[in-house]
Design a protein around this ligand. Sequence first.
Ligand code: AMP
Length: 431
Amino acid sequence: MTFKELGLSEALLKAVADQGYETPSPIQEKAIPKILQGQDVLASAQTGTGKTAGFAMPMIQLLAKEPPRQRRPIRALVLTPTRELASQVLEDVQNYSKYVDLRSTVIFGGVKQNPQVDQLKRGIDILVACPGRLMDLESQGFVDLRQIEFLVLDEADRMLDMGFLRDIKRIIAMMPLKRQNLLFSATFSSDIRKLANGLLTNPVTVEATPENTTADRVDQIVYKVDQARKTELITKLIWDGNWHQVLVFTRTKHGANRLVQKLEKAKITAAAIHGNKSQAARTKALANFKKGEVSVLVATDIAARGLDIPLLPYVINFELPNVPEDYVHRIGRTGRAGAAGIAISLVSVEELEYVRGIEKLLGMPLVQEIIEGFEPTKGPVEGGKKRMHGKGGNTSGGREIRNNNTTNRNNGNTNRNVRQKSRSKGGDNRN
Ligand code: AMP
């Protein structure tokens, strides 16, 4: 399937070519023709599937069919849970609308409102926004949603987790009833289904990855280790492997700060990104990480939501999330855009119940291993076949994941085999 066959116009095809995309991703293949036909869409897709282009490109094409109206009323609204995601969506929207006459901007809290108000006053066709600041600017009379034709809820599950349901409902009430609605969510709780039922009219359902599964390019592994020794182990893994571009998740903001300090002490460049950091600090940390000036970004779940870091090779869960869906979101940061990734979880005995919850959600067991010298001192170590890695030698702190790490773990099998095994539901992929 080509982008042209999906029905995209020349202006969009040119923008796609500029981005270097060769073929549509599965979510794009399914969603683009339906959106172009004017249908509402309920999509199950996590970050990394190409979902943004999946909704933005057809929406831009439909909006561009009409010449710009006088004073440019807002015709499309994309709601996102976090500032980072909002910025990234805007960047994508601007890339795809390069060759059409549409204006777009983004509004979110934590920064001065005046520049955002100035943008709005100039007239904006596509507005990307986080619910809080949008409500704020609407109440001050700077945002008028009465001419909205498109509403996109991006990462709707996360917006509900963050308590935005009431705001979303109020925002919807400000719009005309006749409009096209697109709802994207990585997971489908009953709350999301309820929201979708109230919002969408005869929606087409599209799925990028089968529901509640993790990206199949990601090798997932659990290292069992005492909580008190996690810092030591993570330092060893990063040092031995000479890993760069590592995204580490902690459960708390304090935990993130503490870990950054300890990594810095061990001469590993690191930065934290979490809700207590100012927007400027978060943007700077992410930029430095992308440039390679910082090897390790330590994030909490909310802050990391929607981060667009192409080709991220490593995700490490320093602590497991207590909500299994967050695990799926976290490891959605790796194995993107055709590249392989590895997701490592450092799991103490206290966290083993979370492993079970995650395995249940994924419908498959996770590989559980123990690194020699880091054997847990307490609790059960069964629940996964034990594998011991020797010191020095080729522990999975070894390097280039594609060459020796996974090969090592899989006794010579290729990465592909690992992934296929991981996917067979209920199959034992623990070697
Ligand atoms: P998203 O899931 O929207 O966060 O997109 C993930 C990444 O994939 C972004 O960096 C996009 O630029 C990229 N991307 C989107 N569509 C394609 C495509 N068809 N081919 C290659 N990369 C793509």
